[in-house]
Design a protein around this ligand. Structure first.
Ligand code: URP
Ligand code: ZN
Ligand code: ZN
Ligand code: ZN
Length: 480
């Protein structure tokens, strides 16, 4: 199986240049002008187009059992939709129920994911704590290629991690060289605000953002960051949606702390007016946590990306249909939280970021693939057009357009939060480990073609931090 991409302009995070790219057996094997290749190679003409690393969505939830139902995009339909949008890798989440063994949950998710059409990996959530959790974390890191653990600071009475769990797990993460990540919202405040709003008769989706104001997110982000500082461990904050948590990240980074921020395509372009829409279905379809925010937060997030304090973009793809959202018809706190977007992230980011001059093309590549690959230690296998890298490539037509709609998208869900938006800049070809799986509007995917990606522990930042910790090891005072 070999493919040559001719006449395109390669865009990596660090440079842009004209070259052909030759892929063989799933890898990029040659890059250069006018490459000589076997005549049997499939030829893709990329004249007038950009050739970039396939997207990495570091935050998805395919077929997640959540809030009494199961997300409708499974690992096949969800990854296939991603490929249609130029996204070649997802990092999804294993979420053990409280008291469930981490290893059992991990194995269950691995089975579910076997039908993936694109490459995938897993963060594992720490939803409870005892010695077996600490032991399983080690096994997951050393034997199963897991190098990040997720902590939900929200979802009280379900999967919420309390401060004791955060402290113990962050310490364990540092010992193992694994990145702690957090969903930062103060779960106690959310819970109390929900009860207050419901008792005042606010039962519709407008109650959702009212129960999760920005400060609730900012407090949790700040707390997690400061716990990480005490534990000397880097930290990654998922779906940063507001100024308050961005400020916590920025402040810590200015002090030299290794803090990374992720933001979602949806939070960058959709505002909180959706929750006051008169249609319950429309408003409920936007219920996700943290909620969409007012426009001042959106412009802060763009500046966070430009200023280098937000590093990755994701979708938190977690698809629920209208019939599932209806579970919260009389109580907004029962609306399954989640929205889709794995197919749309790249185009929305290009259209709103590159076309407006907010982002350079190279920055686009950084925040759609390279930075995630570096933070989660799979660079340059992923996130790079370079010899030896996986042949995960998107050929991008900056003049092509698409009007996003649930009627035409490949996601298995009846709603699209970007409905009606016309984006300029679309993938004409997606190549997943050397195979052309999306070409000029046609998907050619295979169930099970995706591969599990092992992620080694101790990315270079851990090495640096370990060195610092060693030099700063406290010593007892010797007294006679
Ligand atoms: O609303 C959301 N984001 N649902 C998925 C679970 C999570 O919090 O990431
Ligand atoms: Zn979350
Ligand atoms: Zn999520
Ligand atoms: Zn449905």
């Amino acid at each position: 199986m070999s493919t040559i991409i001719r006449n395109g302009t390669v865009v990596n995070a660090d440079q842009t240049f004209r070259a052909d790219i030759y892929c063989e057996n799933g890898k990029i094997v040659a890059i250069g002008p006018d490459l000589d290749v076997p005549s049997s190679a499939e030829i893709i003409d990329a004249s007038g187009q950009y050739v970039m690393p396939g997207g990495i969505d570091p935050h998805t939830h395919m077929q997640l059992p959540f809030m009494g139902t199961v997300a409708t995009d499974d690992f096949f339909t969800g990854t296939a939709a991603g490929l249609a949008g130029g996204n070649t890798t997802i990092i999804d989440f294993v979420i053990p129920a409280p008291q469930e063994s981490l290893l059992d949950a991990y194995k269950k998710w691995r089975e579910w994911a076997e039908k993936s059409a694109a490459d995938y990996s897993f963060h594992v959530a720490i939803t409870w704590w005892d010695d077996s959790v600490a032991a399983d974390m080690e096994t997951l890191v050393k034997e199963y290629g897991v190098n990040s653990f997720k902590h939900f600071m929200a979802y009280k009475n379900a999967i919420m991690a309390d401060d004791e769990t955060l402290v113990k797990s962050f310490r364990r993460c540092m010992e193992l060289g694994a990145m702690p990540t957090v969903h930062a919202e103060n779960g106690e405040l959310v819970f109390q605000l929900q009860q207050e709003l419901l008792s005042k008769g606010i039962t519709g989706p407008e109650g959702h953002p009212l129960s999760r104001p920005p400060i609730v997110e900012g407090e949790a982000a700040n707390r997690a960051i400061q716990i990480a500082q005490v534990m000397d461990v880097p930290i990654y904050i998922v779906h940063v949606s507001c100024k308050e948590s961005l400020e916590a990240i920025t402040r810590a980074r200015n002090e030299g702390q290794r803090v990374y921020g992720e933001c979602l395509a949806g939070h960058l372009v959709i505002d909180d007016s959706v929750y006051r829409n008169e249609s319950f279905e429309f408003a409920a379809a936007h219920v996700m946590s943290p909620p969409f925010r007012s426009s001042e937060h959106q412009s802060a997030l763009w500046k966070g990306i430009q200023g280098g304090n937000l590093h990755t973009t994701a979708t938190d793809h977690c698809a629920f249909c209208a019939d599932q959202k209806a579970a919260g018809k009389d109580d907004f706190s029962k609306i399954p939280n989640g929205t889709a977007g794995v197919e749309d992230r790249m185009a929305v980011l290009w259209d709103e970021g590159v076309n407006s001059g907010k982002l350079t093309m190279n920055e686009f590549v950084s925040v759609t693939s390279t930075n995630a690959a570096k933070i989660f230690n799979i660079y340059p296998q992923k996130g790079s057009i370079s010899v030896g890298a996986d042949a995960d490539i998107v050929v991008w037509d900056p003049e092509g357009t698409r009007t996003i709609s649930a009627k035409t998208h490949h996601q298995n869900v009846d709603f699209n939060i970007f409905e009606g938006k016309t984006v300029k800049g679309i993938p004409t070809h997606t190549i997943s480990r050397g195979k052309t799986v999306w070409a000029n509007g046609q998907l050619n995917v295979e169930q099970g073609a995706g591969r599990y990606i092992n992620r080694p522990a101790f990315n270079p930042v851990f090495e640096a931090l370990s060195k610092q910790a060693e030099l700063n090891t406290p010593v007892a005072v010797k007294r006679t």
